[in-house]
Every structure is written in structure tokens, then in C-alpha cells.
Design a protein around this ligand. Sequence first.
Ligand SMILES: *Cc1c(COP(=O)(O)O)cnc(C)c1O
Length: 380
Amino acid sequence: MKFNTKTIHGGQENIDPAYGSVMPPIYQTSTYSQSTPGGHKGFEYSRSGNPTRSALEKSLASIENGNFGLAFGSGLAAIDAILKLFKSGDEIISTNDLYGGSYRLFTRIFEGLGIKFHFIGMQDSGGIEDYINENTKLIWVETPTNPIMRIIDIEAVSKIARKHDLLLAVDNTFATPYLQQPLALGADIVMHSATKYLGGHSDVVAGGLVVNDKVLAEKLYFIQKASGAICGPQDSFLVLRGIKTLHLRMQRHCENGEAVANFLRSNPKLDKVYWPGFEDHPNHDIAKKQMSGFGGMISFTTKENTLESATTIVENLKVFTLAESLGGVESLAGHPASMTHASIPKEKRAKTGVVDSLIRLSVGVEDAEDLIADLKQAIG
Ligand SMILES: *Cc1c(COP(=O)(O)O)cnc(C)c1O
């Protein structure tokens, strides 16, 4: 099965043996009757398993080309489950330009439990080995990075992970499996905030993991069941419905992203425009190698480079909505320094390029002409 077919049919065979419904029913139930103690039909209690969630988990595995999928109540719940594989004294190497909530979870929860994190730039994957010691257990990669759109060479990092017997996890939220398939590039775990492109309609918060290795899948399943941060049946249904049009939406996100990126770059009031599709983007070659398109996430700064200049633009936007999040059909604009990345200290933010005038766009699937006209009037 090829990708577009998988988004619709992957893992969905015989989804409703009772009536043959085309979409899996929303099994809004906490428990399941047993004919005799232990005599159940595959589901006992909805924390440990639910047929609607199971349909989503199979779909996730299918689109990421993996063997096992797990669905969680949010992207951060999925990351939390990964981190529970480790114990006090273990060390994790992470990209330094990453989702603010991931950074907060790492530093405010798991550092306190004794796990040590090293946040480093990974565009030069060679530098990673300087941070590896006998306690290192995991490399955490987010690519494209958020919000500066740097690209990290997953295959190169995976070779380092293999060499030192470390796990490699990739947050694939921005790229989605439509653009990038980390397992095929050597990652052990793919993570998603399904809240974003997979759900695609800004109507659900959910997360997912996909792995190939059975033992790793069993450990993660145990954590999912034991800690309980599961994706509910209604939310599972919504993400499944979103995935069915992922390929159509992503195609338009990429087209609109290119049009908007080119417009921004030509605007004299703006300074930097970050989009991996530009030929002079520092990691464009890697992007071309590991991604099949460049997506609809774009960040830019103003020439004035002040907080006020950015605030004026985002307040003037009419088609773009000023809001956190990304990946929905509607275009959103965000101000990372005060919104998604406010949990990262100012000096640390600025070091990775998240200055006060930085604006991040999630370019939606509206008409590109309307999006460009809106940006034009807002930038002034
Ligand atoms: C939103 C996001 C997360 C967190 O996901 P939630 O569903 O909000 O918990 C993690 N990583 C990236 C890249 C994100 O954009």
C-alpha cells in the first residue's frame, strides 16, 4: 500500500465486524462484559485498550511505516511515556531548538527526578559524540526545529545512536509522515502531537508514538497502561478522521508555504525568513534528502527587530488567527517569545534565534492570494 492509500485504509481492515461500518464506531465505554472470568473479546478496560483507540493506533503505525502505534491524551503525554523508560542518573541529549512544552517537561519534571539533559545544536551531528558517556540513553531530535526550522540529519544521528547503543526518538509533529519517515531513516521511536497536522482541524488534543521493536513497544504499552495518559475514544475518532485527509492537506500546506515564504522574503520590512525550502537555507540539502516537501511552517523577524513591530503585525492580521498551536486547516500566527516558547528563559531563547520580533506562521489551506494579501496589509 502506498502512503495516500494508507492514510485512509492503513490498519483499518475489518474495523467493524458487527455491522461493517466504514468508520470505526466511537466505543464510548469504560469496560467490557466477560462471559467467564477472563473470557473477553480482546478488551477488558478502556485504559488498557479500547477498539476506537486501537483503530487509531493501527493507523498511526501504518502511516509511519512502523509495527506498533500507541495513542495518548496529548503529545506531551506521549513524550512523558518515553521519558518513563529511563531512571535517575540516565542522560539524554536533546536538540536545543525545540517545542517549549517539551523543554519544560524535560527540565521542570524529569530533571527533578534525576535525569540529566544536554541541549545542543545538532546541525553538525558530529558534535553529539562529545556529550555521550556511559549514562547516555536517548537522543531526542525535533526536525524541522521549532520555531527556527533548522533541519537535523536523522540518518546521520541514527548512526551515532547505533554506534553507542542509544535510542533515537524523533518528534515528527512538524513534518508528518507525509514529508518525512524517521523510522526508515533509523529512528527507534517516532512521536507526534496529533493535535497538529494529524488531527488537522484544531479540534482535538492528542499524541502518538510509533516503534518497530516489539520489546520497546511492550515497555511503552506498559507505561501507557500503568500511567494512564490514554487517548479517549472520541478524540481517537477525530484524529483518525483527520489522518484520512492528511496527504491532501499537506500538499496544499506545502504549496501555500512556498508562496507565503517567497512573499515574506521579498518584503523590505522583514529581516530573516526561516523556511527549509529556500535553496540558501543552511540545511536545505539535508531537507531535500530526508523530506519530500518543505511544509507550511515559516518563521520571520522584522528589520526593526523590536517586540512592538512584531506585536503590531500579529494584531493587524485578519485571515491569520493569532493563536498557539499549528497544523490545522486555518492559518495561524504565533509569537514564540511570549507564547509557545515563553517557558524557555530569554537568554536561552535568543541564543537559538527566538528573538522578540520573531513571528511563526502555520500556513493553512486557504487560498494563497488571501493569505499573502493579509500579510501585506498587516506588515504595512
Ligand atoms: C504541540 C507540540 C508538542 C506537544 O503536543 P501537545 O499535543 O500540545 O501536548 C510537542 N512537539 C511539538 C513539535 C509540538 O508542536
